[in-house]
Design a protein around this ligand. Structure first.
Ligand code: SF4
Ligand code: SF4
Length: 229
């Protein structure tokens, strides 16, 4: 799940300076779970903008704002979405990007949130970064704990010399990621993996922007992904 946090309303109002009407997009997936883009937040944002003199023409809560087809459907079916001076998106950055690609491009599309990480979810409201999307997964050898993400130094061969009583020298309240990896591998009878030297990461596999262009059943790359703005 993508974790997002709300931007300060003052920053949002500043970004909306000069516009009179706004349309809102929320996201009923990750942002709804983070309480940054669900029905309550759309209502709260509508009230905050209207209290500051803006007219909110309406809002759409789409199942996933990062899914272009859902967003296109709203622009097709809801005239107010196209008529507003600006669109404010209560979702992650991918949602903002999707809305910005789906509208007429003459209408400014602004983020209401900051996107912060990809999380594992313990339960609602308790999210932990578990994967940094490096493109070359080493979890096969680390007992499912990611050193690239969970060690602040991103050490692929650890622990470092700073570990003290099992705790991390950087995030002093956290147990060292490599101590946890050791313990888990020991339980699994795979401690020999601790002796393996992992080569440096090949960062060329994660050159941005990354994409996956699956072929359609007719063998062609989907038309709308061939060219991006
Ligand atoms: S090694 Fe870590 S950051 Fe890379 S893909 Fe695996 S879990 Fe994600
Ligand atoms: S103590 Fe462990 S988690 Fe912290 S920086 Fe060193 S190796 Fe990484």
């Amino acid at each position: 799940m993508i974790i997002s946090k709300k931007k300060d309303i003052k920053d949002i109002l500043k970004a909306l300076e000069g516009y009179k009407t706004v349309y809102l997009f929320g996201c009923n997936s990750c942002a709804q779970q983070c309480k940054t883009g669900g029905p309550d937040e759309l209502k709260e944002m509508t009230e905050a903008l209207e209290a500051n003199g803006l007219k909110v023409l309406g809002s759409s809560l789409v199942p996933e704002t990062c899914y272009r087809q859902y967003v296109l459907k709203e622009f097709r079916n809801v005239p107010a979405a196209k008529e507003a001076d600006a669109v404010l998106v209560l979702a992650c950055g991918a949602g903002v990007r999707t809305v910005a690609d789906a509208n007429a491009e003459t209408q400014p599309v602004l983020p209401a949130n900051d996107s912060i990480f990809l999380a594992t979810v313990e339960r609602q409201g308790r999210f932990y970064e578990g994967c940094a999307l490096c493109g070359e997964c080493v979890l096969i050898e680390t007992g499912g704990i990611c050193p690239h993400t969970e060690c602040p130094k991103g050490l692929l061969n650890g622990p470092c010399g700073g570990v003290a009583n099992g705790m991390c020298e950087v995030n002093i309240d956290n147990e060292c990621a490599w101590v946890r990896i050791y313990r888990r591998l020991k339980k699994q009878g795979r401690l020999h993996l601790m002796m393996k030297i992992t080569p440096p990461k090949d960062h060329s596999v994660a050159i941005r922007p990354r994409n996956v262009l699956q072929r359609t059943p007719t063998g062609s790359v989907p038309k709308d992904r061939k060219k991006t703005g």
